[in-house]
Design a protein around this ligand. Structure first.
Ligand SMILES: NC(=O)c1ccc[n+]([C@@H]2O[C@H](COP(=O)([O-])OP(=O)(O)OC[C@H]3O[C@@H](n4cnc5c(N)ncnc54)[C@H](O)[C@@H]3O)[C@@H](O)[C@H]2O)c1
Length: 420
């Protein structure tokens, strides 16, 4: 470990590799670079301290550079013990950013690093999963009066924030970046779809074609995973608890069944529900010899690994990010310790995806500052016109032009008299 006054990273000498990776990411993050260019001119975040608990990846590095270009001071830690790209953390430390993160950090370190970010007294918090906000509310409420707003990146974080709001426990405004339509479509659906399938591939190098691949949860993420696994030739089964989502899965052409039935026939299982103990020990006992278990939901509690660990006859690591459990004579394989498999065994979402999500983060910070003192201490949406601006920025980055409505069409859509 390399430690300094403002950083704790695995290996500072990997900084040049991290910078190469960030530069490559920038090539595919044209939309965010447009925001950065404007931020450099207008410095809308001048004098603002931003504390982040986000996956420390090359794309997050580009977001950090964007916020700094806007005039902010930044402190960052990870939001998952297995998702940090160590060379990127080193590059940020080398650029003078306050950064505490490494891949494989312990739970104790995870919270110590979050507390380092809190000690920086952020005016804005950027979270992925709500751990930073939760820690501030639980243990550092005296800092809240100086906090302008927070921005939340993922579904699980929004669920926790809404629970706080319901209990009257939420004490500063939270912008639900996750709920931007651009974020939800590009990140949860396309991003999680591709990167989850990729993470499982990197860990196992299995052939998808012909495999029975069970997707638990048919939300935005689950839909993406199911589509991409199908695209590689897998027979995809879906399990759900919501009848509407289950109906959609069935109409999308997937077999839908109870988990107790899917457990007996699946080769690969992937949870993406945001819920707890979706795959229990009883279900694992029904699985075939050689079954593979992965999770791409936010927390590592979707698979009940504690019960598996207690019941297993033996347990060993057999490949990077792959552990073998022997249970009643069968071998079962768990990827990435049941943590987000796309980040643990892969590199997370592609840069193009994070460009869209992080336009949401950067523009939310700007929106929060512009509306300081006017936003309620609730979970709020970024205005639709900013969400649309993100889509337009991404289209421009892709070199795509679209049509504009004529005055006649505008008038037509705003009138009610004209009929058959
Ligand atoms: N891996 C990533 O990079 C990544 C990216 C974005 C979101 N996420 C996380 O993925 C999870 C899902 O996000 P989402 O946006 O798809 O959420 P969502 O709410 O749209 O979908 C979750 C689905 O799971 C279903 N579900 C709940 N309990 C279930 C159970 N016991 N069995 C089967 N289905 C069940 C729900 O009915 C729902 O349809 C969240 O934890 C989110 O934070 C991960």
């Amino acid at each position: 470990m390399d430690t300094g006054k403002t950083y704790e990273v695995k290996n500072l000498s990997s900084a040049s590799q991290g910078k190469n990776n960030m530069e490559f990411a920038e090539l595919n993050m044209g939309a965010l670079l447009e925001v950065k260019k404007r931020f450099e001119k207008e410095t809308p975040l001048k004098g603002i301290r931003i504390g982040l608990a986000l996956h420390v990846t090359k794309e997050t590095g580009v977001l950090v550079r964007t916020l700094i270009a806007g005039g902010a001071e930044v402190a960052i830690t990870g939001c998952n013990p297995l998702s940090t790209q160590d060379d990127v953390a080193a590059a940020l430390a080398d650029e003078g950013v306050r950064v505490w993160a490494y891949k494989g950090e312990t739970t104790e370190e995870y919270y110590r690093y979050i507390n380092n970010v809190i000690a920086f007294k952020p005016h804005i918090t950027i979270d992925d999963g709500c751990d930073l906000v939760s820690e501030i509310h639980k243990n550092h409420p005296h800092l809240i009066p100086d906090i302008i707003c927070g921005c939340e990146e993922t579904t699980t974080g929004i669920i926790r924030l809404k629970a706080m709001e319901k209990d009257n426990a939420l004490k500063y405004p939270m912008i639900a970046v996750n709920d931007n339509k651009t974020k939800h479509l590009v990140d949860n659906y396309y991003g999680t779809g591709q990167s989850t399938v990729d993470g499982i591939l990197r860990a196992t190098n299995l052939l998808y074609a012909g495999k029975t691949f069970v997707v638990c949860g048919y939300g935005s993420c689950g839909k993406g995973v199911a589509q991409r696994a199908k695209g590689l030739g897998a027979n995809v089964l879906v399990t759900e608890v919501d009848s509407f989502r289950a109906l959609q899965a069935a109409y999308d052409g997937f077999r839908v069944m109870r988990m107790a039935d899917a457990a007996k026939i699946g080769d690969v299982f992937c949870t993406v529900t945001g819920n707890k103990h979706v795959i229990t020990l009883d279900l694992i006992k029904k699985m075939k010899n050689g079954a593979i278990l992965a999770n791409s939901g936010h927390f590592d509690n979707e698979l009940d690994l504690k019960s598996l660990n207690d019941a297993a006859d033996s347990h060993k690591q057999v490949r990077p990010f792959m552990e073998e459990y022997t249970l009643h004579g069968k071998k079962l394989f768990v990827l990435g310790e049941g943590r987000l498999v796309n980040l643990a065994a892969g590199e997370g979402h592609p840069s193009e995806v994070m460009s869209t999500s992080f336009c949401g983060q950067a523009l939310s910070c700007e929106y929060g500052v512009k509306n300081q003192g006017k936003l309620p201490s609730q979970v709020i949406q970024l205005p639709a016109e900013i969400d649309d601006e993100i889509a337009a920025l991404q289209l421009t980055a892709m070199g795509i032009e679209i049509d504009e409505m004529t005055d006649e069409q505008n008038e037509y859509l705003n009138s009610w008299e004209e009929g058959t």
